[in-house]
Unconditional design. Structure first.
Length: 357
């Protein structure tokens, strides 16, 4: 547990259930803005969630319940998020129309853009910006998530004794965390690379919203597996070797460099087909996720691109109390909490789920 801070007017508790870590974060609003409230994380058995699918729901629920018991958030109303191959995000231009008409318009005009039947999904959207050509159209981000996939995550959280009030997307939570960290003066574009355990999520962002959202099946699990092969250790021991303080062991460094080569190749392809370049010096890159907590990962990433690269710190514009929080540990783990922070920005009064029928 990282610590706790007293505050008022709680937001929803951000609960990020990842394949390797469960992260919990609660924000409160003070007189001078947001305060970081309760925060904590716990490593999850790698066999509990495989390729984003819940394999051992009861164990996941036990870990969530245990973490809540440890850090003691002020309430049990949570925001969660989903991502992976059973969640698809697309950008569309649609005519101006009442908001309630947009889901049916998407189903009638863009059903072929999604790889599954829209009758089997939760469909949601967010308006981003006006059409640059000045036409009477608006650009929206539309997301379709398989119903059974979302429902299973909701069931697990409720099994832990919590109340799900919002189901968001990892991509939107990540963008919201990035946007808050930059403040109102941010103007331009940036690339946010969130490397999870099994997938990497890429968001190209400007001040109005995501310009593109892409993900692909390449994550930190690949580094762990390479270390296992080189050392004959188990996944937890390999992860400890990678995350140990100080210079990494030779096997860990070699696995990391191999992974980075594959990651850059995938990023170049993914961004290139959308008209963006990972090597544009004028577009800063922000690294998020567990690997971004490692200094040697950030340094190795920076050596491969002329673009300014730094860790995403979602706590950059949030108040903390130094006597109640280990600031060194908080800064070190900040990129791990990006999605949880974005989820924690939902206020309790927001009772309508983002993913809705």
């Amino acid at each position: 547990m990282l610590g706790s801070i007293l505050g008022t007017r709680p937001y929803l508790v951000g609960l990020d259930v990842g394949s390797s870590y469960i992260k919990v974060l609660e924000l409160t609003r003070g007189r001078k803005g947001l305060l970081l409230g309760k925060i904590g994380c716990v490593r999850l058995n790698p066999e509990c969630i495989v390729e984003k699918d819940l394999v051992d729901s009861r164990e996941v629920a036990r870990e969530v319940r245990s973490l809540f018991t440890e850090i003691k958030p002020s309430h049990k109303k949570v925001a969660i998020s989903v991502s992976g191959s059973k969640v698809m995000t697309r950008l569309f231009e649609v005519p101006f129309m009442p908001e309630q008409n947009i889901p049916s318009y998407i189903k009638e005009n863009f059903a072929s853009a999604f790889p599954f039947k829209l009758d089997d999904v939760y469909l949601d959207f967010a308006a981003l910006r006006l059409n640059e050509r000045g036409l009477a159209q608006v650009e929206i981000s539309a997301a379709a998530a398989k119903r059974e996939f979302v429902d299973e995550y909701v069931r697990v959280v409720e099994l832990a004794g919590l109340k799900v009030r919002t189901v968001d997307l990892d991509a939107l939570a990540l963008y919201n965390a990035f946007q808050h960290s930059q403040g109102p003066d941010f103007d331009g574009q940036a690339i946010v690379v969130h490397t999870g355990h099994v997938r990497t999520l890429v968001v190209v962002a400007d001040k109005e919203g995501p310009l593109t959202v892409q993900d692909f099946p390449l994550g930190g699990k690949g580094v762990i597996e390479r270390i296992q092969l080189a050392t004959g250790t188990g996944p937890i021991e390999a992860a400890d070797m990678l995350e140990a303080p100080g210079p990494p062991a030779e096997q860990a460094l070699g696995a990391l460099e191999t992974f980075l080569g594959e990651l850059f190749e995938a990023l170049a392809f993914t961004l290139g087909r959308e008209g963006f370049r990972l090597t544009d010096p004028g577009t800063p890159i922000y690294l998020s996720g567990g690997l971004a907590c490692l200094e040697h990962f950030r340094q190795a990433f920076q050596r491969r691109t002329p673009a300014r690269t730094s860790a995403l710190n979602p706590f950059a514009r949030v108040g903390v109390q130094k006597d109640k929080l280990d600031l060194g540990e908080l800064k070190e783990k900040a990129p791990l909490f990006s999605v949880a922070f974005g989820l924690g920005l939902h206020e309790i009064k927001e009772v309508l789920a983002r993913v809705r029928a």
